[in-house]
Design a protein around this ligand. Structure first.
Ligand SMILES: Nc1ncnc2c1ncn2[C@@H]1O[C@H](COP(=O)(O)OP(=O)(O)O)[C@@H](O)[C@H]1O
Ligand SMILES: [Mg+2]
Length: 394
């Protein structure tokens, strides 16, 4: 930098030196900008870590419900831990939002209202899936022709044309139960119903409901049906219903008691609405043998639709569906594939198709051959002593 500048020079060296210095200034400026950015980034990181530390160190809040708001701005709350209390409200909370029944978060130290919580319905609606337009249609289901007809008749028809049932003088079933081995199209069928209907389709997976909302299963079920009524005409789909509808067992285990409460709530909701009304329920289970018989009584899940493992015709149809987007060599016969896959479920057939495609990719081909399929069938079906999931079921 501080090179000796030769002032006796004619000026061209001077000019060169100047250029060099300018260049250097430019570089240093750029470097400075980089450091500024780096500093900003680190500051943001510190901020994020501080917030995280704060989150980890604040004591948990207590959930409570507003009972009343006093003239002086204090609130009467009922905390979830028991007594009713008169407490202060944090300054920046809008008192107008504190309507009776509103859920709030209370400080553990003095029970002051710290935060207004969203209404329960909001929270739970997020856990339930209000399906607008699932992409599955009846054409994506192989076999199961009778089952498709049944479910249309039992679920869609009463919603779309209730007067038919009135005229004839019969009550349509309130709910249908899809039962059968895993991977044979129960969830798929329910999705197709959702697609085919103009009704709101609300889906919950019972096993998730029990795992995620420990202690709140019953409340969840109540909210679910409330939502269904407010969005009617609607179809409620409860997948894997055995998770809450299991045979009543050992009530001394607390988890069991919780599941039991959820089931009782479900039963009472089922009893609580009209067969001719505009809410229908579809349940699905792999294990009907484990279901509490109370669920199957008249007026509840009146009708059971069996979704069996596909027969040879069904398997061919399923192969065709899954192969429709695949680049398959002409020599491959879906008929042969179907006869080679006795006992395979729809899910296994789908897996076979994927696997066959992978064999082609591994061999640098873009056309899937018969031998790819043979290898895929061997791999997918023969791995457990030749038994498929459907044949090991029950
Ligand atoms: N009948 C069928 N037709 C076409 N695909 C099927 C069929 N049954 C199962 N499958 C395939 O297997 C997957 C899993 O099926 P699913 O409906 O979830 O089974 P489950 O009966 O356990 O609910 C589906 O997403 C679909 O790809
Ligand atoms: Mg399923």
């Amino acid at each position: 930098m501080a090179e000796n500048i030769d002032y006796k020079d004619d000026g061209s060296t001077l000019l060169l030196q100047m250029k060099k210095l300018e260049q250097r200034t430019f570089e240093l400026e750029a470097e400075r900008r980089d450091w500024f950015f780096e500093r900003d980034r680190l500051q943001r990181e510190i901020q994020a870590l501080r917030t995280e530390i704060e989150k980890l160190t604040v004591p948990p809040y207590i959930e409570g419900n507003i009972t009343d708001v006093l003239e002086d701005g204090r609130a009467v709350v009922k905390s979830s831990t028991g007594p009713s209390l008169i407490v202060n409200v944090l300054k920046d909370i809008d008192v107008n939002k504190l309507t009776p029944g509103k859920r709030v978060a209370l400080s553990q130290r003095n029970f002051a209202v710290l935060e207004v919580l969203p209404d329960l319905l909001d929270v739970y609606v997020k856990a339930m899936e209000v399906v607008e337009t699932p992409k599955i249609s009846y054409a994506d289901i192989g076999g199961l022709k009778d089952q498709i007809r049944d479910i249309k008749e039992l679920v869609e028809l009463p919603l779309l044309r209730p007067q038919l049932f009135e005229k004839v003088g019969i009550d349509p079933p309130k709910g249908v139960l899809l039962q059968g081995p895993p991977g044979c199209g129960k969830t798929l069928l329910a999705k197709a119903v959702a697609n085919g209907t103009r009704a709101t389709f609300i889906k919950v997976v019972a096993s998730e409901l029990v795992q995620k909302y420990i202690g709140e299963g019953a409340r969840m079920v109540r909210e679910l049906f409330q939502l269904a009524r407010s969005k009617a005409p609607s179809i409620v789909f409860i997948d894997e219903i055995d998770a809450v509808g299991g045979r009543r067992g050992d009530f001394s285990v607390s988890g069991e008691r919780e599941v039991q409460r959820t089931l009782l709530q479900l039963l009472s909701e089922l009893d609580g609405f009209e067969a001719r009304g505009d809410v229908k329920i579809i349940g699905a289970t792999n294990r009907i043998d484990l279901l509490d018989p109370a669920l199957l009584r008249p007026g509840r899940f009146d009708r059971v639709i069996e979704i069996p493992a596909p027969d040879v015709k069904g398997r061919e149809a399923i192969f065709k569906i899954h192969m429709s987007h695949m680049n398959v060599s002409k020599e491959v016969s879906t008929k042969d594939l179907a006869s080679m896959t006795d006992g395979a479920t729809g899910a296994e057939i789908k897996a076979i198709c994927t696997e066959a495609g992978l064999f082609a990719i591994r061999n640098d081909r873009d056309v899937i051959t018969k031998s790819d399929f043979n290898k895929a069938i061997d791999k997918m079906l023969k791995r457990e002593g030749g038994k498929s999931a459907a044949s090991t079921y029950l």
